[in-house]
Design a binder for this molecule. Structure first.
Ligand SMILES: Nc1ncnc2c1ncn2[C@@H]1O[C@H](COP(=O)(O)OS(=O)(=O)O)[C@@H](OP(=O)(O)O)[C@H]1O
Length: 446
């Protein structure tokens, strides 16, 4: 961090890395894969992932598809994604990661052919508890429940839930909905549930699991041929312990029954994550996880003046660019503040890294849109019309009206070079390769 922002721990990783993989001859030369579509599901640690992808994109001068202003900082969720929602200055994209309702055909039209699709799921009990608390003031199904009681909702969900109502996707099978599925298919429709899981498996090369976030990142790193320092992160979008409630016995089973499609997805992809980890080698995975955590702790201490940071509620954070959005007065989403004397002994690059690591979703989206827009404007005069992305002509300015149930973002305008890979530094990762195959080619063909 003190040497130009690059965290040099790849050599250490090389010595501790997986022997079987290290012997692979050409892996050190393999370029990093840079075309990634990450489906940002709700309340699954997806903001932490999005921040990691934003930083990777900036570091490698890539283009991130961002929403037009009328969509706020999401792609007009809960409407099904279309390329009309993408800001024309962020085309052609390498990475897409903002909230959307998945639409395979539209994403394939937008993204390069070799795009790797990734998403993340969370255990249904803790996820539903998080949704219930976060969207308590938005979602009518939750607002109707006396005393905001999760137990009361789960006792008689049909008393409070209306499938066609605004924001009902937060109250039942949210993962299925985000993935483009039918959240209200009855649990008895096993044929639909199986086919849906199979479709998700066909499209997504990696389905991460929030409970095993670091292990999932190790798989991601191998899948994309990234370095260990590309997967460093600080946890974002957390609630204070006082905003959480523990689930009383019997509730997890009720949550699973109510969200049976999500439960099926979770069980399937949790099992497949562990199969992939075991194929990579448990010892190798454990070593990489250990390295990641150690490096993260060092990075945190560097950014926060030698000690571990205190998590702060939004009101306590002096820098407004670092205040996380608060869904209501009843839930406290915490964030970080940087020490005032951070600039002492730090390069501007190192300061920038510390800032971006803790920048909340709404503000980072706005910053990225601004910088990409600037880049787009600078390169605009140099382009011939043929060099434009097909979706850039004509630029679409009219958007169907849509209410925003999410935090208001104020993105400015934004960019577009279309590089598809970066040169991977050979040091430390020679021979490390993944056994996980990209499914993008199958997906394109289907
Ligand atoms: N690295 C990592 N590992 C495990 N869990 C993590 C991580 N980062 C964030 N979190 C937890 O994820 C919850 C927020 O999820 P999202 O960022 O997806 O929420 S949002 O839909 O974008 O608002 C939120 O959960 P709750 O605190 O239970 O609400 C965060 O604490």
């Amino acid at each position: 961090l003190h040497h130009g922002g690059h965290f040099s721990w790849t050599m250490e990783a090389f010595h501790l890395g997986c022997p079987a993989l290290r012997s692979h001859p050409a892996a050190g030369l393999k370029p990093k894969h840079t075309n990634v579509a990450f489906l940002k599901t709700h309340k699954t640690a997806s903001t932490t992932m999005q921040n990691l992808l934003f930083r990777f994109a900036e570091h490698n001068n890539l283009t991130v598809a961002l929403p037009v202003q009328a969509c706020s900082h999401q792609f007009c969720y809960p409407r099904s994604f279309t390329s009309h929602f993408v800001h024309s200055h962020t085309l052609p994209p390498n990475i897409i990661t903002s909230h959307m309702r998945f639409n395979k055909a539209e994403l394939q039209r937008l993204m390069p052919n070799d795009t790797i699709y990734v998403t993340i799921l969370r255990e249904p009990g803790s996820m539903f508890e998080s949704l219930f608390s976060y969207y308590n003031q938005y979602c009518q199904s939750f607002k109707r429940v006396p005393n905001g009681s999760l137990e009361a909702f789960l006792e008689e969900p049909w008393r409070y839930y209306r499938p066609d109502e605004k924001d009902s996707m937060y109250a039942r099978n949210t993962l299925t909905f985000d993935l483009g599925g039918d959240k209200d298919r009855p649990a008895t429709d096993v044929v639909y549930a199986r086919a849906f899981v199979a479709e998700v498996e066909r499209v997504f090369s990696l389905v991460m699991i929030a409970e095993y976030f670091d292990e999932s990142l190790v798989l991601l790193r191998h899948l994309l041929s990234w370095d260990l320092d590309d997967i460093l992160y600080f946890k974002l979008n957390m609630r204070t312990p006082s905003s959480k409630r523990s689930l009383t016995p019997g509730l997890p089973a009720k949550i699973r029954a109510w969200n049976s499609l999500d439960a099926r997805l979770y069980d399937h992809f949790n099992a497949s994550l562990w199969r992939q980890l075991s194929a990579l080698g448990p010892a190798c995975v454990a070593r990489e996880v250990r390295l990641l955590r150690r490096a993260q702790e060092r990075l945190m201490r560097s950014c926060f003046g030698g000690r571990m940071p205190l998590l702060r509620s939004a009101a306590q954070i002096k820098n407004k660019d670092l205040r996380p959005w608060q869904p209501s007065g009843k839930v406290d989403i915490v964030g970080y503040d940087l020490p005032v004397n951070l600039s002492r002994g730090f390069s501007s690059q190192a300061q920038e890294l510390c800032l971006k690591l803790i920048m909340p979703e709404v503000q980072y989206t706005r910053v990225l849109l601004r910088s990409q827009s600037l880049r787009y404007r600078r390169s605009y005069q140099l382009r011939s019309p043929q060099q434009s992305h097909p979706l850039q002509q004509p630029i679409r300015t009219v958007l169907p009206r849509h209410r925003s149930q999410q935090p208001p973002a104020a993105p400015g305008p934004a960019s577009g070079t279309g590089s598809t890979s970066t040169s991977k530094p050979a040091a430390g990762t020679q021979g490390w390769t993944t056994k996980i195959r990209s499914k993008s080619s199958q997906t394109q063909a289907s």
